[in-house]
Design a protein around this ligand. Structure first.
Ligand code: KG4
Ligand code: ZN
Length: 339
C-alpha cells in the first residue's frame, strides 16, 4: 500500500510517499519546502504570508514527492491521501486540505484527515514495523505550538495527561531568542550558541518541575531571561552563549523530569519524543543519560532530526493507524484541534 501524505499546517509545505508492506513502514520520499527565511525577516510568522507561500509550493512539492519516489504523478498510483486538518493556521491548513480534497475527487482515492500532533508522535514509526514500539507508551510532543504529555495505551487509545499552561517549549526558545536578538526560529540557534556557553553562570527557573500534575509552564522562564537581559547593560557574545546554555538547561530538565515521572507512574514500556524541540541534541542526550542511570527500564524512541520538525511523512505514518476515511466533500480544517 502507498500513502501520499500532505502537511501544510504552518510554514512548511510538505508531501511524502510512504510504503506499507508486510507491516513495515518505508519512506519513499519526503519533500519539505519552508517559508521560514521569509518569516525570519519579520521575527515570526505572518499567517497570511505563510498561506500565500503554501499556495506557491504545494503543487511542485507534491510532484517532486512522486518523482523522488519514482512514481508517475499522472498515473497517481497511491492508495490513500492523508492530510493534516489541524491544529495550525487556518489559511495554511486550507491549502493542504483543498489540494487533498481535489486529488481525492479526481483520482477517486480514500482521503484520511490527520491530527498534526498525532503525526509528530507517529514520526517514530517510520522505518519500523507496525508492532515494534510496545504499549503502554508515554509520548512527549514538544514543538513551537505544543508541549503535551500523552499516554498511549494502544494505537487508537490516547489519554492526554497534561500540557503547557502558557508558552510551549519551542515558543519559549523562540521568544527568548528574540530577547537576545537571535534569528527566528531560535531553537536551533540557541542550541548552537549553548555549546560555547556555561549553564552555571545564570540560574533560571524550572517552572512546575516538582508539581504533581503533568502540566508545563514556560512563560516565567521567559520573564526571568527578560529581567536578566534588562539588568545587563550590554550583551556580549559570551553572555549570550551563557544565557542560551542556561535556558536550554532549564527547559531540558523540566521536560526530562516530567516525562520520566509519567513513564514511571504509568509503567510505560516505551518513551516517545516528537516535535521540533525534540531535534535538540542536548535534550536528546539528557533523556538518554537519565535512562542510562537505570532509574527506569523503558525503550526510548526519537525520530531522526529531520522528522522532528514539520513534515508530511509523519502525517502518512499516522494515517496507517488512524485510518478513518472521510468523503472529500466533508473534510474541514480545525485550527484549534487537540488530542
Ligand atoms: O514541530 P515544529 O516544526 O512546528 C510546530 O508544530 O510548531 O516545531 C518548531 C519549533 C520552533 O519553535 C523551533 O524553535 C523549535 O521547534 N526547534 C528547536 C530545535 N529545532 C527546532 N528547539 C530547540 N532546539 C532545536 N534544535
Ligand atoms: Zn509541528
Amino acid at each position: 500500500m502507498l500513502i501520499l501524505g500532505i502537511e501544510t499546517s504552518c510554514d512548511e509545505t510538505s508531501a511524502s510517499i510512504l510504503k506499507i508492506e508486510n507491516g513495515n513502514l518505508t519512506l519513499l520520499s519526503n519533500i519539505v519546502a519552508s517559508s521560514v527565511d521569509l518569516h525570519a525577516q519579520t521575527g515570526g510568522i505572518i499567517p497570511e504570508e505563510a498561506a500565500r507561500q503554501q499556495l506557491l509550493y504545494i503543487i511542485p512539492v507534491i510532484k517532486e514527492a512522486f518523482k523522488k519516489a519514482n512514481l508517475s504523478f499522472q498515473e497517481f498510483p497511491v492508495d490513500k491521501i492523508a492530510v493534516t486538518y489541524g491544529p495550525g493556521l487556518i489559511g495554511s491548513l486550507l491549502v493542504g486540505i483543498e489540494t487533498a480534497r481535489t486529488l481525492s475527487y479526481i483520482f477517486n482515492k480514500e482521503l484520511i484527515p490527520v491530527n498534526h500532533l498525532i503525526g509528530h508522535i507517529y514520526a517514530n514509526w517510520i522505518g519500523k514495523n507496525v508492532d515494534q514500539i510496545k504499549f503502554p507508551a508515554i509520548a512527549l510532543v514538544v514543538s513551537g505550538g505544543h508541549t503535551d504529555l500523552v499516554l498511549l495505551k494502544d494505537h487508537a487509545k490516547f489519554k492526554w495527561l497534561g500540557g503547557t499552561r502558557d508558552d510551549a517549549a519551542g515558543e519559549a526558545f523562540d521568544k527568548i531568542g528574540r530577547l537576545l536578538n537571535l534569528p527566528y526560529p531560535a531553537g536551533p540557534v540557541i542550541e548552537k550558541l549553548a555549546q560555547n556557553g556555561d549553564s552555571s553562570i545564570f540560574t533560571f527557573p524550572k517552572p512546575l518541575i516538582g508539581s504533581k500534575d503533568f502540566d508545563f509552564s514556560f512563560s516565567g522562564l521567559k520573564t526571568a531571561v527578560f529581567r536578566t537581559v534588562k539588568e545587563i547593560n550590554r550583551l556580549n557574545d559570551k553572555t549570550v552563549n551563557n544565557i542560551c546554555a542556561s535556558t536550554q538547561d532549564s527547559i531540558s530538565k523540566v521536560l526530562v523530569e516530567k516525562t520520566i515521572k509519567a513513564a514511571l507512574k504509568f509503567r510505560a514500556k516505551s518513551l516517545i519524543l516528537g516535535g521540533g524541540v525534540s531535534a535538540n541534541g542536548k535534550i536528546r542526550n539528557d533523556f538518554a543519560k537519565t535512562l542510562k542511570d537505570g532509574k527506569i527500564q523503558v525503550n526510548m524512541y526519537l525520530p531522526e532530526t529531520k522528522l522532528c520538525t514539520d513534515n508530511a511523512a509523519m502525517i502518512a505514518a499516522a494515517a496507517v493507524f488512524f485510518n478513518k476515511a472521510i468523503a472529500w466533500k466533508n473534510i474541514e480544517p480545525n485550527p484549534s484541534l487537540h488530542f
